[in-house]
Design a protein around this ligand. Structure first.
Ligand SMILES: Cc1cc2nc3c(=O)[nH]c(=O)nc-3n(C[C@H](O)[C@H](O)[C@H](O)COP(=O)(O)O)c2cc1C
Length: 222
């Protein structure tokens, strides 16, 4: 598979098939992803990958719990900007629209969001965290590592969904997997599995701003 194909076929999968993920494959992906770049080669990322009974136990505990207050970190700050609020609305309209859930049906929307807790039926969950002293540059490094994983998963015929929703249950998750809350911040989960290819929620169109709104080119001849 070419990189461009991996990029084009990766999407956030929110309905997974009931099919386990092979540990050998996961180890190969994560071994390769260790070559992701990071400032000063700090390699700030850390993770625990769960499957089977330990994953089910964690999910049961999350289902029985309330989201924590305060949340681990704020992932909604860009909503103060109308342009970004609009992008979130567009995503919501496309995603909930694919499931025929009306805009005003906040109860149903919350129920669907709570599917995050069971990682949309994915058989494996990578929980991503790092030491609290890491600053913005290292958060970016971790993002690059995650994207490297997501693309390598495509090469293996696997799918994923990054999940900052897990920040709502960060303390519970860390307690369950034995990661100290004092020293480590939980960034996100990464649901891993095989996509339900026909599920409408895996097929709605995701927009992006036109390239020239995001990137300027300066000093070229053409
Ligand atoms: C760091 C990160 C956290 C995310 N957290 C969630 C999440 O908690 N739940 C979810 O359904 N999608 C989550 N997403 C998926 C985004 O909504 C998705 O990437 C975006 O809408 C673009 O769609 P695409 O990934 O299908 O291209 C997250 C994505 C990233 C990069």
């Amino acid at each position: 598979m070419q990189v461009s194909e991996a990029v084009a076929t990766r999407r956030s999968i929110r309905a997974f098939r009931d099919k386990p993920v092979d540990l050998t494959v996961l180890r190969r992906v994560l071994e390769r992803a260790q070559m992701a770049p990071s400032g000063c080669n700090f390699q700030p990322w850390q993770a625990t990958v769960l499957a089977g009974e330990p994953l089910r136990r964690l999910q049961e505990k999350m289902l029985a719990a309330q989201p924590q207050d305060p949340i681990e970190y704020d992932f909604s700050a860009p909503q103060q900007s109308p342009a970004h609020r609009d992008r979130l609305r567009t995503l919501g309209a496309a995603m909930y629209g694919s499931m025929n859930v009306a805009r005003g049906d906040s109860e149903k929307r919350w129920d669907i969001s709570q599917q995050n807790v069971v990682s949309f039926g994915a058989p494996a969950l990578l929980v991503c965290y790092f030491e609290r002293f890491m600053a913005a540059p290292q958060w970016a490094d971790v993002g690059m590592w995650l994207q490297t994983i997501m693309l390598l998963l495509r090469e293996e015929g696997l799918d994923s969904c990054p999940q900052e929703w897990m920040a709502l249950y960060a303390r519970l998750i860390k307690a369950e997997i034995g990661v100290p809350d004092e020293s480590h911040i939980l960034f996100c989960g990464l649901a891993i599995g095989h996509r339900e290819a026909e599920a409408p929620v895996n097929n709605f169109e995701r927009g992006r701003v036109p390239l020239d709104e995001a990137v300027r080119f300066v000093g070229f001849d053409q």
